[in-house]
Write a protein that binds this ligand. Structure first.
Ligand SMILES: [Zn+2]
Length: 518
């Protein structure tokens, strides 16, 4: 993800629903959701959840977090939660709340058992928040991060699910990177898969393109946007990263990928991007501002969605999920966004140097770097919702220091192998060992193991100083490998090329800028 810089219906519809949801007797999709968009003015999604049950009770829960590493307690947005046994008489279920996110429903009276008994859970949930980390239902559109809206049955997340949208305002379409068995209906093999695919509903622009054999869809919700500029940039970004990482890894129905863009003035959009397995949601104030975010989110297709730390699996929606690996998952992704922009010509090399200088300046402006390691910053991601935590004396950013550590690692690997290997090889090797094998890496130790395998050298010292430790970084010692140096000019940190680099420095800098090795 990338946040901006630190920055129904009532009983009437029950009977008709019954026929639709129970009558067909399909055994494949077990838990079914129906989401009504009938109340955009009130920003209320009306949700009906049909859960086939064998016994006489069921427990449902709403996630406490999703998209951001931040407990946000989506249940605070709930209204009118109730359960019924949807037999012909719609018998109410008894309900007992277990904790702030979890409810137990059971049948005290008689509900006519059928071949398939099922419970129905109804509720409304209010969302009118713009941006890729939120959900919204307004007169203009709907955007849904489904984990923020749909309850789950904790021990049944592995079952097939479908979600059907109804009461769609006239002229609106819906789109999501999911199987669509019928109009306005999406299916997934599990709750986790379903909620890793955001849904847009509204009147949006669309374009598509083919890159390296993969189909890309681009959904744009904007008052004005630059089609030619976006098409050109996305073409370059996807081409470069697909080539770098060995081709498209998508496992969506058509092996395709969807970019969702919301482009509009500040206040209407909240800038940032959110990665998903086969799609990304990006909000920005302009087409130009959306492009670097797209370069970051698309690289997440590998780094974090497929090259994934064990500490983030399986997802626990109920509480904080601690990982030390965000410096790699986010910071190194930010580095690859910058490298992609530079290597595809969307940025000049001077812009790339300026980006590195800015990252160094940011880190050096935060006194917390002396005591909070980048791993600790990763663990503390859950504190970012508190303003005071984000102050320079309280924290560093794992995006920021993670990106710098990525630059240092690339230079150290190139130095140690005489420019025969680079961080690119580490990412590709991690994709081989973890992504393609559907295994998860052991946080920083897992990253270090692959770096040592690729480079043939020990990085124990590097990791203890700069990843788990808080030693001051000797920038110039690392940058000199590529003939670069950090200076402070007029109070600003700048990165510059040395006046007369050696051949070796020249070769290594060329490798960094072109993404090549010798
Ligand atoms: Zn990210």
């Amino acid at each position: 993800m990338r946040a901006n810089p630190i920055g129904l219906h009532g009983p009437l519809f029950v009977s008709c629903l019954l026929g639709a949801l129970l009558g067909a007797g399909s055994a494949s999709a077990t838990i079914r959701y129906r989401v009504s968009l009938a109340e955009p003015a009130a920003h209320l999604f009306h949700v009906t959840m049909i859960i086939p049950v064998e016994g006489r009770d069921v427990t449902t829960a709403l996630p406490a977090w999703n998209t951001l590493y931040r407990i946000r307690d989506f249940s605070e947005r709930l209204q009118t939660l109730r359960g019924i046994c949807p037999a012909s008489t719609a018998v109410p279920l008894d309900k007992r709340q277990i904790d702030k996110d979890t409810w137990h429903f059971w049948l005290a009276g008689q509900c006519q058992p059928q071949d398939h008994n099922a419970f129905q859970i109804d509720y409304a949930i209010e969302w009118n928040d713009p941006g890729p980390f939120n959900s919204q239902l307004s007169a203009h559109h709907a955007f849904l991060n489904l984990a923020e809206i749909l309850m789950y049955v904790p021990e049944r997340r592995e079952e097939d699910v479908t979600v059907e949208f109804v009461d769609i305002p006239s002229g609106w379409r819906t789109i999501a990177e999911l199987t669509a068995p019928s109009a306005y209906t999406y299916a997934a093999a599990s709750y986790d898969q379903l909620v890793d695919a955001p849904v847009e509903a509204g009147q949006f622009d669309e374009m598509d393109f083919v890159q390296s054999g993969a189909h890309f869809r681009v959904v744009v919700d904007a008052r004005s946007w630059n089609r030619a500029l976006l098409a050109d940039a996305l073409g370059r970004i996807t081409q470069y990263q697909l080539e770098l990482m060995g081709g498209p890894p998508f496992d969506s129905p058509g092996k395709e990928y969807t970019f969702f863009f919301h482009i509009g003035p500040e206040g209407e959009v909240e800038g940032g991007g959110m990665e998903h397995r086969n799609s990304a949601a990006i909000s920005a104030v302009s087409t130009e501002a959306a492009i670097p975010i797209a370069a970051h989110e698309f690289f997440h297709v590998w780094n974090v969605k497929r090259i994934r730390p064990q500490s983030l699996e399986p997802v626990d929606y109920s509480k904080e999920q601690y990982t030390r690996a965000l410096w790699f998952a986010e910071g190194v992704t930010s580095l690859y966004a910058s490298l992609t922009l530079e290597r595809t010509g969307l940025w000049s090399k001077l812009r790339f140097y300026d980006d590195v200088a800015r990252q160094i300046g940011d880190l050096e402006s935060r006194p917390a770097r002396a005591w909070q390691s980048v791993e600790e910053s990763s663990l503390d991601a859950w504190l970012e919702k508190y303003d005071i935590y984000n102050l320079p004396d309280h924290s560093i950013s794992y995006y920021n220091k993670g990106q710098i550590v990525g630059v240092l690692l690339d230079l150290a690997i190139r130095d140690g192998t005489d420019n025969r290997k680079s961080l690119d090889d580490v990412l590709r090797q991690m994709n081989q060992e973890y992504g393609l094998n559907r295994r998860f890496y052991d946080d920083s130790a897992g990253v270090r193991a692959v770096i040592e395998e690729v480079s043939g050298q020990s990085f124990a010292d590097f990791f203890s100083r700069y990843v788990s430790g808080t030693e001051e970084i000797p920038y110039n010692r690392f940058l000199a490998v590529a003939g670069l140096e950090v200076k402070v000019v007029g109070g600003r940190v700048v990165v510059d090329e040395m006046a007369s680099p050696t051949d070796r420095q020249h070769r290594i800098l060329d490798g960094v800028l072109r993404g090549s090795t010798d």
